[in-house]
Design a protein around this ligand. Structure first.
Ligand code: 0WD
Length: 266
């Protein structure tokens, strides 16, 4: 029996089979969870429906997080179908592409800043607020995906850095408020992984190589590894953990700096 048996899970942010959310869905399905999915826009609906089918789910609902009516309709649909919810996975991030190249101050605009924060950070709070009544009092858990750029200056990550910093602060504020209702809130800070969203960041391939060379494990991480950590964090095995950011980055963030192998003194 899997360690998520009996848990009802909402997964957002599947855009393709390479999405981090797809890795999370597969791990949670393997551990016995019942899954519901959201899709953003009709174009990707068939892809999300296919993945849902592979995970034994027919609950696939529209969600554009910039629309309050869609957040309300999603909550209502979940309430009608399940009446309760144990796990909410937020795997959504976006900034206008032109802000993810060049320097931060060189590219930032009022509108771009607003959009990045609205979609990447506020949406976690908005969904948390809407789903709270379905999740309270049942050992439930919310999870979001963040990146090192929240706490360090990373070239080209630009406006997404402040947006992820806001998201990580949301984890702490939401965890503090929802703790008394036995709802845990955590984040996973994943190392770089080639997905559709990542393709929007200029120089992403260089980031992958740099992360591989600079990490403790000397490699990058996979969506399966992030999925396994997510399944654990959202399960009762992690019942004492809330308000945390768990790094799943092959140990990149712990390093001061690394040397090329041939520069190391004998
Ligand atoms: O290296 C990476 N890929 C990392 C990603 C490292 C560390 C963290 N992350 C984060 C991302 O910032 C994001 O929060 O993980 C989360 C998932 O990202 P992903 O799996 O890399 O990206 P992707 O497969 O593109 O899924 C993100 C999805 C969107 O995809 P597209 O490519 O269509 O922008 O977020 C969704 C959408 O499905 N999304 C929205 N969903 C609802 N409403 C919206 C929206 N307005 N905007 C984007």
């Amino acid at each position: 029996m899997g360690f998520l048996t009996g848990k009802k899970v909402l997964i957002t942010g599947v855009a393709s089979e390479r999405s981090i959310a797809s890795g999370i869905a597969e791990a949670m399905h393997r551990e016995g969870a019942q899954l519901a999915f959201t899709y953003q826009g009709e174009k990707i609906r068939p892809r999300v429906e296919a993945l849902a089918g592979e995970c034994g789910s027919d609950l696939v609902l529209p969600l554009d997080v910039t629309r309050d009516d869609e957040i309300a309709a999603l909550t209502e649909a979940l309430n009608r179908r399940w009446s309760t919810l144990d796990v909410f996975v937020h795997s959504i991030g976006f900034a206008p592409r032109e802000l993810l190249a060049g320097g931060y101050l060189q590219t930032v605009t009022r509108d771009g800043y607003r959009i990045a924060h609205d979609i990447s950070a506020y949406s976690f709070a908005a969904l948390g607020q809407a789903l709270r009544p379905l999740m309270r009092g049942r050992a439930s858990s919310m999870l979001t995906l963040t990146y090192l750029g929240a706490v360090r200056a990373v070239p080209m990550y630009n406006v997404m850095g402040p947006a992820k910093a806001s998201l990580e602060a949301n984890v702490r504020y939401m965890a503090a408020e929802l703790g008394p209702e036995n709802i845990r809130v955590n984040g996973i800070s994943a190392g770089p992984i080639k997905t559709l969203a990542a393709a929007g960041i200029r120089g992403f391939r260089t980031m992958l190589t740099h992360a591989e060379k600079g990490s403790a494990l000397k490699r990058n991480v996979s969506i399966e590894e992030v999925g396994n950590a997510a399944a654990f964090l959202c399960s009762d095995l992690a019942s004492g953990i809330t308000g945390e950011i768990l790094y799943v980055d092959a140990g990149f963030n712990i390093m001061g700096f690394s040397l090329p192998a041939d520069d190391v003194d004998a």
